[in-house]
Design a protein around this ligand. Sequence first.
Ligand code: TEU
Ligand code: CA
Length: 556
Amino acid sequence: MTQGTPWWKEAVVYQIYPRSFMDSNGDGIGDLNGITARLDHLQELGIDTVWLSPHFDSPNADNGYDIRDYRKVMAEFGTMDDFDRMLAAMNERGIRLVLDLVVNHSSDQHEWFVQSRSSRDNPYRDHYIWRDGRDGGPPNNYPAFFGGSAWEYDGATDQWYLHYFAKEQPDLNWENPTVRAEVYDLMKFWLDKGVAGFRMDVIAFISKQPGLPDLMGDERFRPQYVYARGPRVHEFLHEMHTEVLGPYDAVSIGEAFGVEVADIAKFTDVDREELSMIFQFDLVRLGHPHWRQQSFTWPEFKRIVADTDAVAGASGWNTSFLANHDNPRMVSQFGDDRPEWRERSAKALATWNLTQRATPFIYQGDEIGMTNYPFTSIEQYDDVEVRGLWRGLVETGKVSAEELLANLAQTSRDHSRTPVQWTADAHGGFTTGTPWLAVNPNHTSINAESQRDDPDSVFHHHRALIALRRSHRALVHGAYRDLDPEHPYVYAYTRTLDDETLLVLLHLGTETHEYTLPHGLRVGDTLIACGRVPEPGAATVTLEGWHSSIHVVSHG
Ligand code: TEU
Ligand code: CA
């Protein structure tokens, strides 16, 4: 680590979705002992930080993003002893652990909500957001992300409660200082165990709009941009920093769904003492702002990258990621997952992800180039979001079943949630039982075991890139310059720090192409290449389909 630089700027993070990572006891559900058993894989890959998606006690209306008890481990995933063992085993390998903090909402089975809904004068009533209805309907026109209204009527007290996501995920009332104190307390509980910090679920949504007025016009179709603009969000985050993050020197990665690129620095500027970095969604959602797949161009992609890099400025920091558990597989969405191009495009995307001026996040399975699942029917899906879309669009006759299914086959969250493909054996070696979600049949050709023995594999390419990032500070801290922003499929950029300039060359297409470097640049030595290696000193390079390479730059 470089002196004076926070460790997390130089970190490479790997996201684990525990339900789908590794099952150790044959019940078909991934678990903490499964993670502990597979740490060799992560160590070999070379990552140094794990973000663990929720492992807390939950009735699983949304796979753990609905927490019933913040201080308990989900029984299906194991025990607190298993957690402690997993954390110790990670730390022994120099791997830090970041937990998922889901405090915009809890489960409707959380003790707070059970109390809250029981009577209007219960001491926990104000832990959540209750309102009278309007003309026999909900208090306002807010939609929920998983379908229907964001309000649920509760007959026991004749009021409605707010839920931005499923009705089993009531939103907590952050205006209530007791709620905030409870959250800071539970954060300390896990920090005291030695975790490094938190990824924070939809954290920009915690402050609600005063008076909860109706959404107007287009806002109804993209409510996240209103939900993320509550007037007190920065005040609450600064308080959390003062109370917890600062004193513990904990890392924080805010999931900032609904936050625009121009507003990133309001969350991440160090002087503001809020968050270390955020996930901004413009890039990952470029091809699918919602459930519908849409086309995008590489110049649009590059523009988002440049704008995002520019706003971090001197005092903030960014994340880079092209997938997570809420999005389709990286190679299927941004690359070309046909067998002849799958590996090369996965490598090109990995090259992009690991050469940004940002902390890179690798989603489990992407390090071996896992693809979308060949879903064909609604029964094959598990996700609460898919079920909500089916009810809201198909059952109401707004969209045909064929149209929704054709789009979900490209955009559903379940593509990323199929189990990790460890071996070519039954169920990809994920479980000896029946997996909770089917393993992709292509595990016979895409699996970790075969790639570990293959130096040309997507896995080894990730390994090499991570090692390169560690040995070249310019790849972490260097200034970013896009050399050819309008080129439709060549992506050429430099990263410069002090007297070192590295050139990244990506060809985001299948045709072989001669490319002359702009601004009189010439390639120097090649540090890594997937495709033809140019002669040192060359000004024109041959870029085969989905070429990717990194070079030292010499000026012509
Ligand atoms: O996700 C919120 C979010 O930003 C969206 O991607 C959301 O998942 C959905 O796709 C909106 O259409 C977070 C979690 O990452 C996600 O798994 C949870 O379902 C959600 O919050 C609620 O906790
Ligand atoms: Ca299990």
